[in-house]
Design a protein around this ligand. Sequence first.
Ligand SMILES: [Zn+2]
Length: 248
Amino acid sequence: MVVLSGDRGKFLVDAGISVSEGKVRAALNEIGPTQVTYLINTHWHWDHTDGNGWLHDSGATIVAHQNTLKHLSQATQVDDWNWTMPPVPTGARPTILVNDSTTFIFAGDTIHVNHYGPGHTDGDLSIYFEKADVLALGDTFWNGYYPFIDNQDGGNINDAIKWADKAIECATDKTIVVPGHGPEGTRSQLIEFRNMLATVRDDVAVLKRQGKLLDEVIAAKPSATFDEKWGRFVIDPAHFIRLVYAGL
Ligand SMILES: [Zn+2]
């Protein structure tokens, strides 16, 4: 989550999960006394939007890509989680929709919101705070971990790499790059992430072109050189290979 705090309100990136409401409220109050004016969802996944309801009840207008609204408005099955996400209540749905790009002038900063097509999902947004030089990438960037890729909802490995390329273009060595998971990062960590994605993609693609089945590709351990560093979080090496393979 990222917050820009001004005299008349706050601009918040992602809502977190709703059980964190108390902690998020306390953290927001520590930053300043104003309410959240705008909440922007980087994408539809539960861990980024579940807090939409209480934030909207506290006065926030919710901004998201139109496909994020689509997913939040209907039951969505995610096979990888073996779970059907129900539609969220009307108040928790975005009301300002972004197609490609938009700009907010807020608390003395210019906030550039961009959609570069599918990536992690079909409704990802990147949010760049120009004056603060902070780039929030949602789950198109996992800093130090293999990412989840929502193949069922428009995401895929090739477009995930394209998103990383766009993000690298947007950042300088001074930019604070905020991932969806993992610690606050830098442009060089973003480049490392991009190169990991591309190398694993290339290696899996070679095996798939040889006609190898998913289980055979996993058994060949094409990501072995990255597994110790990147494979220690929710997406383990075999899961990541499944996600890459499904997108090729
Ligand atoms: Zn996600």
